[in-house]
Design a protein around this ligand. Structure first.
Ligand code: ZN
Length: 553
């Protein structure tokens, strides 16, 4: 292995080696000349000394100058090489990191147990290639990780490199997308050349290409300006390199990651021998989010009496591990800014709001506006508490933020496919604000548009896709529409009327509930106007005051 590294070193740095040899010869010659001159000097008469001086001084001068120039030049060249300058000239910005230096172990990969098992298996295959050969198995060349952003695909790839103890080269698909024909392809070539060199020296290499969809989306017709042919050349080069790996004995594994769906990728890259191993990384489940929170909370000082990973996990349905890490970081900063010793639940929810909804708006509400927002949010909260038992009201806020007036945080308690009742409950929660505005003020504001959006979307899916409409239509009509297949006008009309039926029934029901509980609505709104924010315990207190408990509890 050492001999290989040495060879590789000479292959890269032969110019530097030559210069060093040249400088060394120059140095040695200088000393020899000096020595000879001094020896001759001591033995000679005066006239002879003058002759020696004349003889040697010119040569001395030349060699002195050569040394003066070549030594600093050699030094500078070495520093440049050490800093990787020669790689920049070659058009490669990629540092090769050794597997052992990444230090991301399995224990750091949290909240993705199933994926971990799959990945471990792959690591074993990469590590023990001879065993694979023995059993006649297929060696892994390409591995594709699919899943939403922030779910730890890069992390997994790094863990693979650490566990296999192989060098890791990371690149992003977008780096290979260029205007000029051939540039992307040449970058791919360079990337793989670097990987081959690393594999030659270290016994293997992991190449990670993030956002691989940027260079491997389905090919379509020419869009003009030669963009398409440049694109084709790049992807063709990638395919050539992947196929080249199959034949070579070097242990190079290419890990691609993408956020897009599998069928949006160029099918050529998914063929056997290319990216034929797939790992699906999904958003973490409730239990996984709990683990992730527990992991990141270990890194900060927090108030153990009120901050529980499970509660936080319930508040963050649909968030990725990266989001969770971000929330904890932000919360710790907020706590530090408030000069608290420990991060508290308020800081965490404030962090979530800040990340999701933006910073607090500097302008305050007028009295009228504030009342309006308070009733709007109280309507949501009341509907959530009384009509959607599958969710929990964690926080209500009417603090103005960049993107919204107020917010009710309703966390998911269970985590299964929603039942029809729960879907209807969600629609009622969305329409609760509209109902509250109507009850209190007699007319409604434009603030309900976002809520209508949500309600309409749910009703649409129920009727058009999931067969939950009143008329009993079965089938995924949305898919039919997308495929431009024929749907009769009558069917469309009935589906739309089913949708409106769901919305109207829900609105009627939530209106009835709010009218019946008008007292709580008024009290909750008054509390909001006074305090601007109500947390979980404060909300529970309000309902306790009116002897209300959540249905089903
Ligand atoms: Zn609303």
């Amino acid at each position: 292995m050492n001999l290989r590294k040495l060879k590789l070193f000479f292959r890269f740095h032969w110019i530097a080696v030559l210069i060093v040899i040249f400088a060394s010869i120059a140095m040695i010659s200088l000393f020899v000349f000096l020595r000879n001159a001094i020896l001759a000097w001591g033995d000679s008469e005066y006239y002879a000394q003058r002759a020696i001086l004349a003889q040697y001084s010119f040569l001395f001068y030349v060699f002195f100058m050569v040394n003066l120039i070549s030594l600093p030049l050699t030094g500078a060249l070495w520093i440049w090489i050490m800093k990787g300058g020669h790689q920049r000239i070659a058009g490669l910005h990629k540092p090769t990191i050794k597997g052992g230096e990444i230090k991301i172990n399995w224990s750091d990969v949290i909240g993705m147990e199933e994926v971990k098992i799959e990945t471990k298996e792959i690591v074993n295959l990469i590590r023990d290639r001879s065993a694979v050969h023995r059993v006649g198995g297929k060696i892994i060349r390409g591995l594709l990780m699919l899943g939403p952003p922030g779910c730890g695909k890069t992390y997994l790839a790094k863990a693979i490199a650490t566990e296999c103890d192989l060098p890791f080269i990371s690149a992003s698909g977008s780096e290979f997308v260029e205007m000029f024909v051939g540039v992307g392809a040449s970058r791919i070539r360079k990337l793989f050349k670097q990987a081959r060199n690393a594999a030659y020296a270290e016994g293997g290499c992991i190449v990670f290409i993030d956002e691989i969809d940027a260079l491997a989306r389905q090919r379509s017709g020419d869009k003009g300006f030669g963009g398409q042919s440049e694109y084709n050349q790049t992807i063709n080069q990638l395919l050539v390199e992947l196929d080249g790996l199959k034949e070579s004995e070097q242990n190079i594994v290419v890990v691609g990651a993408t956020n897009v769906k599998e069928d949006e990728l160029d099918q050529a890259i998914l063929r056997p021998g290319r990216f034929d191993r797939k790992i699906y990384v999904s958003l973490p489940s409730l239990e996984e989010r709990k683990q992730i929170f527990a992991y990141y909370l270990k890194r900060i000082e927090y108030d153990r009496s009120q901050v529980e990973p499970l509660r936080l996990a319930r508040l963050t349905a649909g968030r990725s591990p990266a989001d969770i890490a971000n929330i904890i970081r932000e919360a710790a900063l907020i706590a530090a800014r408030k000069k608290k010793e420990r991060t508290q639940l308020d800081d965490l929810t404030e962090a979530m709001e800040r990340i999701e909804l933006g910073l607090r708006h500097p302008a305050k509400y007028s009295k009228k506006e504030k009342e309006w927002v308070a009733y709007h949010e109280a309507g949501h909260a009341l509907a959530l508490y009384l009509c959607a038992p599958h969710r929990e009201v964690s926080k209500i806020s009417i603090i103005r933020r960049k993107s919204t007036g107020g917010v009710v945080w309703g966390s998911q308690i269970g985590e299964v496919m929603p039942k029809k009742e729960e879907l209807l409950g969600n629609i009622k929660v969305s329409l609760g604000a509209y109902a509250a505005e109507k009850i209190k003020f007699g007319y409604t504001s434009s603030g309900v548009s976002g809520d209508f959006d949500k309600a309409l979307k749910t009703a649409y899916l129920m009727v058009w896709c999931w067969g939950l409409g009143k008329s009993g239509y079965l089938g995924n009509f949305d898919q039919l529409m997308m495929a431009e297949r024929h749907i009769s006008e009558e069917t469309k009309k009935n589906l739309d009327s089913d949708m409106q039926d769901i919305l109207h029934t829900c609105l009627q029901e939530v209106e009835e509930v709010l009218l019946k509980e008008r007292e709580i609505l008024d009290y909750l709104s008054a509390q909001l106007i006074e305090k601007e924010e109500l947390n979980y315990d404060q909300i529970e207190e309000v309902f306790k005051k009116f002897n209300k408990s959540r249905p089903g509890k």
